[in-house]
Design a protein around this ligand. Sequence first.
Ligand code: ATP
Ligand code: MG
Length: 571
Amino acid sequence: MKSNGHDAGKETTTEPRESLNFIEQIIEEDLKTGKWDGRVHTRFPPEPNGYLHIGHAKSICLNFGLANKYHGKCNLRFDDTNPSKEEQEYVDAIKTDVRWLGFDWEDREFFASDYFDQLHDWAVELIKAGKAFVCDLSFDEMREHRGTLTEPGTESPHRNRSVAENLDLFARMKAGEFPNGSRTLRAKIDMAHPNVNLRDPVMYRIMHATHHRTGDKWCIYPMYDYTHGESDSLERITHSICTLEFENHRPLYDWFCDALGIYHPQQIEFARLNLTYTMMSKRRLLELVTEKIVNGWDDPRMPTISGLRRRGYTPAAVREFCQRIGVTKFDGVTDIALLDHCLRDDLNAHAPRAMAVLKPLRVVIENYPAGESEECEGAVNPQDPSAGTRKIPISRVIYIEQDDFMEDPPKKFFRLGPGREVRLRNAFFVTCTGFTKDDSGEVTEIRCTYDPQTRGGSAPDGRKVKGTIHWVSAEHAVDAEVRLYNHLFTKENPDDVEEDQDWRSNLNPDSLEVLTGCKLEPSLAGAQPGTQYQFERLGYFCVDLDSTDARPIFNRTITLRDSWAKVAEKK
Ligand code: ATP
Ligand code: MG
């Protein structure tokens, strides 16, 4: 099959697979020295305050991938310490997405909220040890006391309360005696510490809110920094892998473990994934959903795992992408063309082929007998001969793409025009003998003759045609809606905006084009939601979740052209 020309350049310039990334190097060193008794135990710790996105996929593939590679374990832990933003819906979606990516946490599904009692008891221990105190400053006042990167902070006036007073106040915070924000429990570290995260950070805040799991049991909630390392410790995590922005929280992670004298995992930071044309902040993604700029978290334009799935991306392609980008310590932006390339590679190998005409133009084959039809044969997947062949009926009236005909074509246009001959893919040659237009000058119908001698795709007299076009038999066609998706943003960096504008000004008005009245070859009747196909010459398409037999809907996953393969070829 020569028609799409995208098979070239499969080898791209990425790290050789056998070289270890810096985290693997740490792990292998630890295995050598017996640091963790030969154990590798990681975790993926999402906060259930939104749906997972492709950036999370990097973290999932990394954490579960390392566990698989080193015969270790990876926990799924919900970091659910903020009841105001967290919901069961997100918990369920996260589990679906991690499973879909192909990973299994077995019975190790944990919630930070399961540790609230233990975290509370440890906080009491720190108070008793003189390492934590109840502070009456508001969050604004605390910010003022914090100092800056160059100036030390000032100590809270409540810093030197007695242990007894702190224990009493903390108990009353827990009992619900005080309103939101009126008091906090803070670690007593050093207000002059060069790392501002160690300037008496807040451990607990008062929040009278119902938690999606603990209900109304608590009205004080632990902060991320106080919760995370302790949760890792309780689960006996060995390598606690997080993104670079937590690098300067690591001293605090270490401080809490040491102050409590508990099992102490090693925090390791790596660079988060950033992708061109993609926004990955959960807050922004939530805005896209709540402002109805997209149709929900699983809109196929979203970078969410559920959006990618609905769009037709495969778990194998996402995993391959995560493998190829590797893990580093340096922030950068990855070209989305690499993700597309991984996707095309996988779909090319696995997606069955079909013919579909998205913008139909009627063609009458004048010398084909009316009322008759025949079955042509096409490969299900030329990349995989074992997939066999499919039957495609043809008859006197067919549809071709409007784009495949020009009334007055230039020389290099190798498709149909008056007097020109082309091959109908999987069928025979046709020659255009005429066309009709409506009052507005639009071409409404083409007339052709076919050469019965060219069945099978070549002419016995050796004459060649330059073009091959796809088609669908009118009487056999399945009508469908096809949704064409493009980047959601017009700029590589969606945050690149003029001063008086925000990211919304970079939204692509053409990110979705809905086509109705598309014509599909009959083998696509009854295709199940989630199934992927290659529509020959057009791209990869996937049956939408809402598709039914009565109203088939296909999403364009991606076009055929692979710019990444070309980039890699040139290198
Ligand atoms: P926020 O904390 O602002 O809600 P988040 O993206 O950090 O957003 P989490 O649910 O805390 O969301 O993330 C879970 C895990 O996924 C964390 O370990 C985080 O470091 C990792 N992660 C999040 N975004 C990316 C990304 N773009 N690339 C790689 N890993 C990521
Ligand atoms: Mg986070």
